[in-house]
Design a protein around this ligand. Sequence first.
Ligand code: WT7
Length: 652
Amino acid sequence: MADQAHTIHPVPEAFATGAHVDAARYAEMYQASIDDPDGFWGEQGKRLDWIKPYTKVQNTTFEFGKVDIRWYEDGVLNVAANCIDRHLATRAEQTAIIFEPDNPEDPAQHITYRELHEKVCRFANVLLAQGVMRGDRVVIYMPMIPEAAYAMLACARIGAIHSVVFAGFSPDALANRINDCGAKVVITADTAPRGGRKTALKSNADAALLHCSDKVRCLVVKHTGDQTTWIEGRDVDVKAQMASVAPDCPARPMNAEDPLFILYTSGSTGRPKGVVHSSGGYLVFAAMTHQYTFDYHDGDVFWCSADVGWVTGHSYIVYGPLANGATTLMFEGVPTYPDAGRFWAICDKHKVNQFYTAPTAIRALMGQGPEWVDKYDLSTLKLLGTVGEPINPEAWVWYDEHVGRGRCPIVDTWWQTETGGHMITPLPGAIPTKPGSATKPFFGVQPVILDPTDGHELTETATEGVLAIKDSWPGQMRTVWGDHERFQKTYFEQYKGYYFSGDGCRRDADGDYWITGRVDDVINVSGHRMGTAEVESALVAHAKVAEAAVVGYPHPVKGQGIYAYVTLMNGIDPSDSLKSELEGWVRTEIGPIAKPDLIQWAPGLPKTRSGKIMRRILRKIAENDYGALGDTSTLADPSVVDELIENRMNRG
Ligand code: WT7
């Protein structure tokens, strides 16, 4: 493993020649972006069409107590017009979206920019007819179907703020998000086929809406035609309405700083936060990173396999690619249905040029053997990307050899829901790669490594600490919905003057960055971000649970697994059936992605004398690394540790 990680993969010469950015250009542009951010970003902003051009570029401060982020603040634009209308003159008949359905026997759809324009306009008119106005919130709880993109762009067209909720979340999690952002409308579909099975999205929405204001309307896309309950006066048949409204809808002029969307994400404490992204700066950053990181050229077919429920789907299925007039592929299904060759069958069928996925998917497919990939023609692939979690060198090398066939640069892109787009990533024509390293910062991004104990900047090239960012970039989140205080406290309080990422990081002697994982109580399970506190509060909401502590542990496929220590109420006996009951409970409270992988019955938890749970010790035991527990002398009752070690669940 160490050897693989130390192998340097140079930029293929032919790739550098045709690339937007080669090594010399990267160095020159990066320097310019740091020396003169206003000049640099002022120029980059011109990649969009502005109804009223901006005269100011950057107006930002990271000063704790006064944090304020504005880019292009006096500019006026419409995001949907930038993603659709402005392409009509030159590429009306070009495919904007390729839709590949769950069932490979069903036909794929090719939606041109002209068709996209009409669909989005009609969808926007349906929203207007429901009284949705500029600034109103619209929750989108949809499968991976073109209507999800239409819904997002329809909101953008009329200035409504969308909040996409991943379709894997439970009714409770959906209700919390609808209520937190005060949505006027929820858009869903009847049922969602995935991997040959169906999720009852509409009935989940029905269950969620029992906990919401009765004014919330439910717009239903009849996708499969499956029977659902129907509440007259509340439920709206989107496709039927779309057929009857006007095919055109003017794009509303919006200020650059008007919110485009809210996306909920987990932190170390409390409920998920509504991350707010802007219209102008976000779109500039999404479009620019899509073009440069993936070296996207006109006519290429780009496929990001993420779900639109995550920021990756927002920036690299919808907004970035469409702003660039690209052809973007949307896949409804899963990598292993009908078999472990599905991803590669799709790359072959649609002649995909750039493919972007998560390490967890690569590891899962790697485990199925190379024959599933080797049998497909992948000669159209030019570039591969990964995102969401650190990639282990074995998976990187497998991806390179079996999918890229040794020809395709791999971009390991580090970023977050909060950053809107890529922050640390190789530019494929410019930067040599190393398996497991995200390598170098994107233009305008100034990563710093801080000493976690006192927060001072570690300036030596080779060093390790926590990752923070000095100064703003246009794609940065602007606030937490309804709670600017929380925004400041989460990202700007601990290390004054910096944006704190929550990740640990090492910089090697070449100045390449290696993300080492979260340093807070956030875990990353199959690329899904989760707060351990959320899973704990779900567990303690169960009547038989007295206390719970949740930590991550290394998992060969998921990256991290969820390990829960559970203390039962007095008089309740532990049993396997109670374990299943608790697993099912967490599924309904949050969703299947939060189901604990391992549950250990814990008669007691290690606590300090002041009652604080010592999570460090619990992490070590879950990692099966109990030989190095460190100082346990401050524990109120050190004997609980021996008991936990004795009965630990991960002995791998
Ligand atoms: C966290 C953010 C950004 C889109 C997907 C996840 C981890 C993300 C990498 C990478 C190592 C990574 C970090 C980060 N992460 N990309 N290339 N290498 N770690 O977005 O759900 O907001 O999660 O994902 O820990 O903080 P997210």
